[in-house]
Design a protein around this ligand. Sequence first.
Ligand code: AMP
Length: 423
Amino acid sequence: MKVLIFGSGGREHALAWAVKRSARVTEVVCAPGNGGISQVARCIPVNLKDVDAMVRLVEAEQPALTIVGPELPLSLGIVDALQERGMRVFGPTRAAAMLESSKGFAKQFMQRHNIPTGNFAVCSSAAEIVKAVEFFHPPIVVKADGLAAGKGVIICLSRHTAVEAAQGLFTGALLGEAALQVVIEEFLEGDEVSFLCLSDGTHVAPLVPAQDHKRVGEGDTGPNTGGMGVYSTDDLLEPAMTEWILHHIAQPTIHGMAEEGNSFAGVLYIGLMMTARGPQVLEYNARFGDPETQALLVRLDSDLMDALESCVDGRLSKTELRWSPGAAACVVACSAGYPGSYKTGFPISGLGPAAQVPGVQVFHSGTAQVGGQFLTAGGRVLGVTAAGDSLKEALDRAYQAMAEIQFEGIYYRRDIGHRALKS
Ligand code: AMP
């Protein structure tokens, strides 16, 4: 069978690699894809903001299943458009994807369904913010309501700076686009855990847990990025805690969405803060995380296609996900300057020797292939991913492979997973 994947990053490279391992998959098409993805899939250019063009592509290719990687086309209704035409697609509808595309909707939804999350206020004017901040103790978290690629969260040390930040979001001075709503939140402290689960709209199947590193600098310093690295081990969450999260957070979310008429089928990413008063939801994403997906999929022993199709066909309860014990880690190599401005077009060397390191898969986030040579083509360039019997082995393998890779201005954090190694 033929599978079509929308997206162009490391997440989509890992998805393409994993679905291709399924015995039933004969061809993978990725739109638009990237240099690395073109090694496992036929890449076709498409604009991920243009739902009509994406629909035309699916109509022309007639895949047995379409998988939507990034949030933007989900929030624009690509799943609704394909379903209306009777095409099988993995991902939530536009209304269900509001769990990610509107932070205000997500917070109010959690309140309606008693899902644990920090205190908050959804405001639609600066005047409302001025009143609302009085009910919060600094630090105060200020967020733009819509999709902001990880850039819409500001942690403010005083009420005054929270009001200023909110004004910056309302006027568009901070993100370039004016926010219609701003959410202010209680600041939560603890360890963050990424809890992803598959759903067919009714049932929930958790993936193994992961912890990502969002800040650009070692020791979790500097600005937020799309993700600098991630690791996954079973002991990130005790089995009893996984059960608790399933019963009090993941299942109530899926049941609540179904009850409200916005059934959520696809992959739900729940960003959790493990606080002194228990797990609290920081955010939902309506899609696979990047780079979480890279680390999770190298641990998946069962067939990813079976799992994704069972979500689309409403038979997830009959599907078993099997994981290799041990651990996985993904270390992201990025261009000098990221997450600010950076240059692209530099040749990448050492990919061959890196791939020879046992347990390693090098997933491409932002590369182009020109005349047989891979060039840098994005801020995040590669996700060097490794599985191992222990976290130490996975990290050693990833860093051993990373040492083989060179391009001008290469930067990566050398402390991915180190906090877990010490504990
Ligand atoms: P979000 O886009 O909502 O996931 O936020 C991005 C990152 O900001 C999270 O992964 C946290 O590290 C941080 N963050 C967001 N909300 C809060 C909060 N209420 N308290 C503390 N940190 C937060």
